[in-house]
Design a protein around this ligand. Structure first.
Ligand code: IMP
Length: 427
């Protein structure tokens, strides 16, 4: 039985939460494999309207085990807040598993994220200030503290003492701010350990056993391919890899066990924070898309930058992820638009290119080459079958499919589970 990875194909916020919520019905395990509480997954289902940052979007099904994988950086305070919010809505979180290998976000990570952003001045990345970059930096620098360290309080204190000697030097000497106290931090994290202890497990064994029983496992991505640390718009990127390759590394599932890789694309593009967005609209149209779609960040509330669908970035994303299929979300946002534009290439001076440049300076010179398509003056939100979509909407999806270079499995025409049209079967 299959393992399905669900991957953000653009700059994040594509609607992965809805797709996972929908597919989780037939799954037994859902694993988050990257990012941290910088992510914001909105899920609207019969249980209510939820904003998840760390907990996998499969949590609403009583039989599904949800795993925060080793590839995630975990802020225990955020997680406990999220668990309590779900509990207040009678959602059972007892099947939540935290990989003992997941790294923890510590108070100095958040502080350093803020200080580093301030120091960048006008060149700030526009991070979510959740401490993501500094936490992944420490992981690679072998200075991280992992969930397993919460299980042994003596190790936790020793580890904190060693790491804080280094961090306090940076805080005091580089940034001129007060040092942090080992005792205070130990007390805070020992408290989190008492709450989260039952959830911290060896997730590799647990997931492996589910695979051996032939159960369906979903790998839930966070952020999007264009924010990838290698293949995104570096340095305006996040600090982990949202790509399908990392779905394997961030969960402990071998690459050859992943059967389907679904790319989630919005029918247009959005981005939060700084960095290139070649099709960005600074005019009335950008404003119209933002207001119609309510494009404001789930995690930070920031207004998202909006633009037309970028076929060059879409193909780049499909290629590096190996998408077996795509989901187009938010198609309904274009209901009532008389015409739409799609970027089919970039122009730099008198040259036309079809590849996504790796350098920021080259990207900044790229002008989108658009094709204009007729829109549809109809309400698609109640449509449930492909054949009932307006011809212009079908053409639009087919155009995106040809630009991406992969088939479309689903189109979403609203946030509810039922507002989903099967375009091509997933299996
Ligand atoms: P960080 O991940 O907080 O370090 O932020 C780095 C960049 O990624 C910033 O431009 C953020 O706005 C962006 N980013 C991080 N998480 C998300 C997300 O879940 N959706 C969209 N953008 C994100």
């Amino acid at each position: 039985m299959p393992v399905i990875a669900i991957i953000g194909a653009q700059w994040g916020d594509e609607g992965k939460g809805k797709v996972v919520d929908m597919l989780a019905e037939k799954s037994s395990v859902v694993v988050r494999f990257a990012g941290g509480d910088n992510a914001g997954h909105t899920v609207i289902n019969p249980r209510g309207h939820f904003k998840l940052h760390l907990i996998p979007s499969g949590i609403f099904y009583p039989e599904v085990t949800c795993v925060i994988g080793n590839g995630v950086v975990l802020n225990p305070a955020s997680l406990i807040k999220e668990i309590n919010q779900l509990a207040a809505n009678s959602i059972d979180t007892s099947r939540l598993v935290i990989s003992d290998r997941a790294h923890l976000i510590m108070p100095y990570h958040r502080l350093l994220d803020e200080l580093e952003e301030k120091a960048r001045g006008k060149k700030a990345i526009g991070t979510t200030l959740r401490g993501i970059g500094p936490a992944f930096t420490d992981k690679v620098a072998r200075m991280g503290i992992r969930a397993a360290d919460l299980l042994d309080k003596r190790t936790l204190r020793q580890r904190l003492k060693t790491v804080l000697e280094n961090k306090n030097m940076i805080l005091e000497r580089v940034y001129g701010v007060d040092p942090l106290s080992v005792d205070d931090m130990y007390r805070e994290y020992a408290g989190y350990a008492d709450i989260l202890r039952p959830n911290i497990k060896d997730s590799v064994e647990l997931i492996g056993a589910a695979l051996d029983r032939g159960e369906v496992v979903l790998l839930e991505g966070a952020q999007g391919a264009m924010l990838d640390i290698d293949f995104g718009t570096y340095p305006f990127a996040t600090s982990s890899s949202p790509l399908s390759g990392n779905a394997s590394l961030g969960s402990g599932i071998a690459p050859n066990r992943i059967d389907r890789i679904l790319g989630v694309y919005k029918a247009y593009c959005t981005r939060v924070g700084s960095g290139p967005l070649p099709t960005e609209l600074h005019d009335e149209m950008g404003h119209r898309i933002r207001e119609q779609a309510q494009e404001y960040g789930t995690t930070t509330g920031r207004a998202r930058r909006c633009g037309w669908f970028d076929g060059v970035a879409a193909r780049h994303s499909a290629r590096i992820n190996g998408f077996t299929g795509a989901v187009i979300t938010r198609l309904d946002v274009f209901d009532g638009f008389p015409s739409l534009k799609v970027c089919v290439a970039y122009r730099i001076g008198d040259r036309q290119i079809n590849r996504f440049p790796s350098s920021i300076s080259e990207l900044q010179k790229c002008e989108p080459v658009y094709e204009e398509m007729p829109g549809w003056l109809a309400d698609t939100t109640t449509v449930r079958r492909w054949q009932d979509l307006p011809a212009e909407a079908k053409n639009y999806i087919e155009k995106l499919s040809s630009l991406m270079g992969c088939c479309v499995n689903y189109a979403c025409i609203g946030p509810e589970r039922a507002q989903t049209i099967e375009v091509n079967p997933l299996f």
